[in-house]
Design a protein around this ligand. Structure first.
Ligand code: F6P
Length: 359
């Protein structure tokens, strides 16, 4: 008999449902009826803290392979505040443990990104059996080569750049497409290259506005009618990158623009006199159906998680290494970000294509 709790936490992404379906289907096909029980916690760790859960049946997982979002709902429970009591004095960590033991669970399956994985590791340290699956459109989880949600978001962001390309070819303007990713530039780099962006700005490579202007002027000199910039929401200037974390935070609080792209747009406009347009697809990038790649990846990761549960082999995040589905000890991956290596072949290849990183 196995009793398994499951939850999705943090920002959602495509293929969360596909991944849960993968875990549960593999368990249901392994155990005899009545030998496996699945409990879904609602809205991430919130459900585990406050005991908001429901027992799920086979039918709950039918027809969800292609459905975006998460059937369990999600919310952000910041890791930084996890040890702080809530507004009613509830000790969140103790509450999660109590609900786990009260339901007599064998393990928790936790789908999430960086913050979620840190809390999962904390629960492991507190003695709970935990298996995590890496979800995020940012692809910034340490250890795994790939997270599910990422490829679907690349498709969507690329589609935006493709659309901008056709309108850009009609107007002699500079276009900026702002792509999600506060800390890591994987999504911007991939969508930018796939969409043929001329300038790509990512958090890992701080930019110099004069270099951006040089790249635009060079294109104009060569006869290009327009320029497209793919800008990560976490793109940062060299000047700002030199500030301390505290100073940068204070500067952001005073920023008169809604995001970095508008600030860059104003600076380019002032220096070149060109017309600039900014497009921010925002949460669209996390929405809609998962692409086939993500459905397959999520399903495969789901079966790996099920295998760990069947073997009572806990304390791991499942992920991808060199195209193989593998497990990573949580203590080795939790709390580490996977950034774009600035000296990677990928960046070098982009530069060879004439893409400017504004550096
Ligand atoms: O972590 C996924 C992500 O979509 C980031 O790319 C983005 O910066 C952030 O979440 C947005 O968070 P929220 O949905 O809380 O606005």
């Amino acid at each position: 008999m196995k009793r398994v709790g499951i939850l999705t936490s943090g920002g959602d992404c495509q293929a969360l449902n596909a991944a849960m379906r993968g875990v549960v289907k593999a368990l249901w096909f392994t155990y005899e009826p009545g030998q496996i029980e699945i409990y879904g916690f609602m809205d991430g760790y919130r459900g585990l803290i406050y005991g908001d859960y429901k027992q799920l049946n086979y039918s709950d997982f039918a027809g969800i392979l292609t459905r975006g979002g998460t059937i369990l709902g999600s919310s952000r429970t910041p890791f930084k505040q996890i040890r702080e009591p809530d507004e009613n004095g509830v000790n969140k960590v103790e509450a999660m443990k109590q609900n786990y033991y009260r339901l007599n669970l064998n393990c928790l399956v936790i789908l999430g990104g960086n913050g979620t994985t840190k809390t999962a590791n904390l629960l492991r340290e507190e003695g709970l059996n935990v298996v995590t699956l890496p979800k995020t459109i940012d692809n910034d989880l340490w250890g795994t080569d790939m997270t599910f949600g990422f490829q679907s978001a690349v498709n969507l962001a690329t589609n935006v750049i493709d659309c901008i390309h056709t309108t850009a070819s009609s107007h002699k303007r500079v276009f900026i497409v702002e792509i999600m990713g506060h800390k890591a530039g994987w999504l911007t780099l991939n969508a930018g290259m796939a969409g043929g962006a001329d300038i790509i700005l990512i958090p890992e490579i701080p930019f110099d506005i004069d270099k951006i202007v040089d790249a635009i002027n060079l294109r104009t000199k060569r006869g290009a009618a327009f320029t497209i910039l793919a800008v990560a929401e976490g793109a940062i200037s060299k000047e700002d990158a030199a500030l301390s974390k505290k100073e940068y935070k204070e500067k952001l609080e005073k920023r008169e623009f809604p995001s970095v792209s508008y600030e860059i747009a104003k600076q380019i406009e002032e220096r070149t006199g060109q017309e600039i347009r900014v497009t921010v697809p925002g949460h669209m990038q996390r929405g809609g159906e998962p692409c086939p790649y993500d459905r397959v990846l999520a399903s495969r990761l789901g079966t790996k998680a099920a295998e760990l549960i069947i073997n009572d082999d806990y304390g791991y995040m499942v992920g991808v290494k060199n195209r193989e589905i593998v497990k990573f000890p949580l203590e080795e991956v939790a709390g580490k970000l996977k950034m774009v290596p600035t000296d990677s072949d990928f960046i070098q290849e982009a530069r060879m294509l004439g893409i400017s990183f504004g550096d």
